[in-house]
Design a protein around this ligand. Sequence first.
Ligand code: NDP
Length: 256
Amino acid sequence: MTTKLFDLSGKVAIVTGGNGGIGLGMARGLAEAGAAIAVVGRNEAKSADAVADLTQGGARAIAVAADVTDKAAVTTMAERVVRDLGRIDILVNNAGINIRKPPHALDIAEWNSVIQTNLTSAFLCSQAVYPAMKAAGGGKIINIGSMMSIFGASFTPAYAASKGGIVQFTRSCACAWAADNIQANAVLPGWIDTDLTKRARQEIDGLHDRVLARTPAARWGGIDDFAGIAVFLASPASDFVTGTAIPIDGGYSVMG
Ligand code: NDP
């Protein structure tokens, strides 16, 4: 019973931005539970390394080069996954960027780039996989939000808008596709040590220590912290869980 609850054998998962950081942490968890993985990203060398990492652990994995802001590329990506791996059961919308500037300094191209990469991409990918999930008899969509889905910060107008929006988008998909046995949930990472935050730590004075002081777990998160939540939200264990937004943050969001 318990084994079956978290078993992903025979399932196929797409992880956007699965070639590094949180996406790779989730891909490793899904692969370990038995899923075949399609790693989607623009950097082909990085994706090839991630595929090697996943196959070394015994999983079936392919790399699909695609810019997730490009509707045609996303459509082709979904077609390729069905052709090469046979079906689509799980979609992790994880690709994301940040441009750190206050609202008065952010130009429209920067705003559009962050919104398209973090939010519009989730819409495009979810829409592209929907027919295959429906055909498979159900599916699991996992969208990556942020602490900025909950809080604001002076330097993240577009990022916070995209991450707030992704929670509302998740809830809409949960309502729309429940009848198709598709569950959609959001994961809200706290401060995690990845390429994205390495730059933030360099750019923002004192950030590293401020995060430590505010996090009850008293550490930054690592990408391995995302394997468990990915497996839970992708597996039968979460079949009655939909439309939620779950912080994976060592307690950051509940610290008074
Ligand atoms: P990384 O920079 O390590 O990973 C981002 C990934 O997104 C890369 O693999 C990149 O691949 C991919 N990506 C970016 N733009 C595109 C695009 N246009 N098309 C396809 N892929 C793209 O960052 P993280 O692992 O930290 O971030 C992953 C997610 O987690 C993001 O949504 C981020 O906002 C969120 N998050 C991270 C937190 C943290 O503390 N690290 C905290 C809260 C949320 P490639 O370059 O090959 O395209």
